[in-house]
Ligand binder design. Structure first.
Ligand SMILES: Cc1ncc(COP(=O)(O)O)c(C=O)c1O
Length: 445
């Protein structure tokens, strides 16, 4: 059986200590003994021997505070007790406990609040994975705003329960491209069976906001204020790591538009720039949509129709439509301008990983930690596993901090596909990227 490499919380480390601990020696009042069934005297060890082996009878009666766990048994327990067959120490910051199940409410709630403060009654947005749309719907339900969401077609079809979640919180949901907008109609004319993309869905929502004075647009990633709201993640991590007494050597997060990654990484980059620490900071993107690792750093539109301002960012071209991988939230052609800038300055690195390796990692993580990750953070998990395995080879005991930015409870069809052997790596097309890059407006270099 494959062994887990995860060793994440202090709780877990306790279990790898080769000792079991017994409560009785520490109790101020001892519990009453079991009684023999016919004499009603306290039962002796030999009374139990018809039922139990000797060692278990000893443990039944022991007053020792700790019991050694035999090595052979311990190695079996490690299979699900997350012990250390890597010398790396792995920590993750889990955002799946929010009402919508990811980091996205960290910015949805402030964005809707600021809109409400200004008297805005309607907000519109796009959603890729459905996580952002449901977070905005949730935030609107708190502050009483109307919410309309364009959900990328591939995700709308793959995740009907995300749509229901948004509707439960009171939002209106359209598949994107839709025939409601000019941008959607133009795309549908060219390709009626397109899986859609975040770029197209953004065009639709922006078009509606621009045409209606009483409606504002909210974005779930990319922009500076979104990244800023998400830094609550990294600020908490700094405090928590200090409390534990560990310093991360490697910080890993997945990147779509970059908000969860920036959320965990930017506060540590600040500390790095102040000379306090020097962690490696690694973004992980899908091999099917590799903006940092295969894109160019140029001015480009944030959406497909060219309705947004041009931003200088790593981009695959605004009309690049990524293959419909299950990590819908990572199917964005560009990268946040601030992350692109930091990458250009050399303060961080980036890699890309194909989806089968990511799901393999997700299964290992789920069986180790019990949490089922959303498809997006499976990229961070796979990269963390790569790093931990390198540590196993080199013997280095690095401290790895990973952003586990959401749960996958509405993504189980993707798991079903993986478990049934039907999930494949979608072919990466260099030609498709080159064709799309040819359309970029390199107005300012
Ligand atoms: C769970 C989850 N993680 C990550 C992302 C990617 O977005 P970002 O790169 O802005 O964190 C999304 C986007 O929808 C998501 O739902």
């Amino acid at each position: 059986m494959a062994q887990s490499i995860f060793m994440i919380t202090p709780r877990v480390r306790l279990h790898s200590s080769l000792q079991g601990d017994e409560l009785r020696p520490d109790l101020p009042v001892k519990p009453p003994p079991p009684l023999h069934p016919t004499t009603f005297e306290p039962a002796k060890p030999e009374d139990l021997s018809p039922l139990f082996p000797d060692e278990l009878i000893k443990q039944e009666a022991t007053n020792d505070r700790f019991i050694d766990i035999p090595e052979e048994l311990n190695s079996e327990l490690r299979d699900w007790r997350n012990c250390s067959n890597t010398p790396a120490r792995i920590y993750y910051k889990y955002e799946g406990v929010s009402p919508a199940g990811s980091h996205k409410p960290n910015t949805a709630v402030p964005q809707v609040w600021y809109n409400a403060q200004q008297g805005v009654k309607n907000v519109v947005t796009e959603t890729g994975a459905g996580q952002w749309g449901s977070s905005l719907a949730f935030a609107c339900s708190i502050f009483g705003l109307n919410c309309e969401v364009w959900q990328v077609r591939a995700s709308y079809d793959q995740k009907p329960y995300r749509k229901l979640m948004m509707q439960t919180w009171g939002a209106k949901v359209h598949p994107s491209p839709s025939s409601i907008t000019e941008a959607g109609r133009r795309i549908l004319e060219k390709d009626p069976s397109t899986p859609g993309s975040l770029g197209i869905a953004i065009s639709e929502a922006v078009e509606v906001a621009a045409a209606n004075a009483d409606t504002k647009y909210c974005l779930g990633s990319v922009l500076n204020h979104v990244l800023l709201h998400q830094t609550v993640i990294g600020e908490e991590c700094i405090k928590q790591m200090e409390a534990i007494g560990d310093t991360p050597d490697v910080i890993i997060g997945c990147t779509g538009g970059g908000s969860n990654f920036a959320g965990i990484a930017f506060p540590f980059i600040r500390e790095k720039l102040n000379g306090k620490i020097n962690p490696v900071i690694r973004a992980v993107e899908p091999a099917a949509c590799p903006s940092l690792t295969k894109g160019v750093y140029a001015y480009d539109y944030g959406d497909t129709a060219g309705l947004t301002p041009l931003m200088k960012m790593y981009t695959l071209g605004h009309d690049f439509v990524p293959d419909p991988i299950h990590a819908g939230g990572l199917r964005y052609h560009g990268m946040a301008p601030l992350i692109s800038h930091v990458y250009e300055l050399g303060y961080m690195e980036a890699i890309s990983i194909p989806q089968t390796e990511c799901f393999e990692g997700a299964i290992q993580f789920a069986r180790s930690e019990g949490l089922i990750p959303a498809p997006e953070p499976t990229h961070a998990i796979a990269a963390t596993i790569r790093e931990a395995l390198r540590c196993r080879e080199t013997g280095e005991s690095k401290v790895i901090l990973m952003a586990m930015c959401g749960h996958g409870h509405f993504d189980l069809p993707a798991y079903e596909k993986y478990l049934q052997g039907g999930l494949v790596d979608l072919s990466f097309s260099e030609e498709k990227i080159q064709a799309s890059l040819a359309n970029i407006h390199r107005l300012v270099s």
